[in-house]
Design a protein around this ligand. Structure first.
Ligand SMILES: Nc1ncnc2c1ncn2[C@@H]1O[C@H](COP(=O)(O)OP(=O)(O)O)[C@@H](O)[C@H]1O
Ligand SMILES: [Mg+2]
Length: 393
């Protein structure tokens, strides 16, 4: 994910808008270091124009050795040879002029390429992201989104993904994927203190398209034997093993959902265009604020967004006070592909719903939207900058 450092909120906002989705901003250098300390998915830091040069260079010096896989980009309103020279010595990867923001896309793309190359195949030590799909209402498409998001993230093995069914009483992840699990989360009950991946691995069911599934219990009464501590331990253990842990939930703030939300990095909130759902999502948003869950990392998915019911996406954004990250149209192919046991991202790669779900992957994984063939479409200015700093590390 990209991180912007700039004390001026307007400048930070401007830079974030020019970045791939999933970026985050902090107002000062010390906040940046605190933010990076608990995250491993950050691949680029943008030092904004309002950050004093000395402070920016000090940050860069620190990151150069502390986090060598992170590229540091320096944005200045005026780029002169003195700035370029000092930046180069501090280990800045590229210096960009504020009035040339389009060049940013290429620089960020190169940072991402470098980060993946340095991580090596499968990535270095795992600190996977937990992505919880939640809505206070049933039937809005949580399971559909969770299953398809997991498959699209896995991208046939490009990323390691585990899908956890935390709708413990009525989970339908396994059946949606036409899996017949012999084990479920229930078989880890009692092991919350001693849980490790060796114990958890035999409980997972593999889907042929590269997603591991931790199924919900087959009978609803097992719910009582699953403690909130177990939920926390399971997610923590899986995050140590997988790139992404996608969690499907029950339609309520029950104790298990709250335990998952406690551990979640990203929250996908699913809403539909009906007043009762929007009311409940709004109330849920208030609770999430109070509990400070996934602040700045909540993504609103408007499912069945094209339903002509007298409410539009703009009104939804107004009511909920958050932007719609992804809109998924209504399509009978969604239910048809689920019924056929091949979720839409597999069955219909060209479908508009699949395109929306891929957009959600980019939001969650924080990757640049375009493929990254070395940023060949950049301006001359950007290319010369690249040459200037090429081979520095
Ligand atoms: N965009 C969509 N278009 C058409 N049908 C959909 C769409 N999203 C979900 N559905 C269908 O709606 C029903 C409920 O979806 P589901 O994902 O099970 O919701 P939840 O998990 O929130 O209860 C399912 O039959 C599903 O196939
Ligand atoms: Mg469901």
């Amino acid at each position: 994910m990209p991180v912007v450092v700039d004390p001026d909120p307007a400048a930070a906002e401007k830079l974030l808008a020019a970045l791939p989705p999933g970026g985050h901003s902090v107002p000062a250098a010390d906040r940046l270091l605190a933010w990076l300390a608990i995250r491993s998915e950050e691949y680029v830091v943008l030092l904004g124009p309002s950050l004093p040069l000395e402070e920016a260079l000090a940050v860069c010096e620190t990151l150069r050795t502390a986090r060598p896989t992170i590229s540091v980009l320096l944005v200045r309103s005026l780029v002169d040879t003195e700035v370029l020279g000092r930046a180069m010595h501090a280990g800045v990867r590229e210096v960009l002029a504020l009035d040339d923001l389009p060049a940013l896309e290429g620089a960020v793309g190169r940072a991402y390429e470098l980060w993946t190359a340095l991580r090596g195949p499968g990535g270095a030590a795992h600190h996977g992201r937990v992505v919880t799909v939640f809505s206070p209402k049933g039937g809005v498409g949580k399971t559909t989104v969770a299953v398809n998001l997991a498959l699209a993230l896995a991208d046939r093995g490009a990323r390691q993904v585990c899908l956890v069914d935390l709708d413990l009483a009525f989970g339908d992840v396994a059946i949606t994927l036409q899996l017949f699990p012999s084990h479920s989360i229930e078989h880890a009950a009692g092991a919350e203190q001693s849980l490790d991946y060796a114990l958890l691995e035999p409980l997972l069911t593999r889907h042929p398209d590269g997603v591991a599934v931790l199924a919900a219990p087959s009978l609803p009464d097992a719910l009582d034997r699953i403690s909130t501590q177990l939920v926390g331990a399971v997610l923590h253990t899986l995050a140590g093993q997988f790139d992404f842990v996608v969690v499907d939930t029950a339609p309520a703030f029950d104790e298990h959902t709250l335990a998952a939300l406690d551990d979640t990095d990203d929250l996908v909130l699913v809403a539909t265009l009906d007043v009762p759902t929007l009311k409940n999502v709004k109330i849920a948003g208030g609770t999430l604020d109070t509990l400070r869950i996934a602040e700045g990392r909540r993504h609103l998915v408007l499912n069945r967004a094209d339903d002509a019911v007298g409410l539009g996406a703009d009104q939804v954004e107004g009511i909920l006070g958050m932007p719609v990250a992804v809109r998924l149209p209504s399509a009978m192919e969604v239910a048809a592909s689920t019924n056929a046991g091949r979720p839409i991202v597999l069955a219909r790669p060209d479908h508009a719903v699949t395109a929306g779900l891929r957009q959600l992957v980019r939001v969650v994984a924080g990757e640049p939207a375009a493929p990254l063939p070395g940023g060949s479409t950049r301006s001359r200015k950007a290319d010369s900058r690249r040459r200037l700093f090429g081979g520095r590390r």
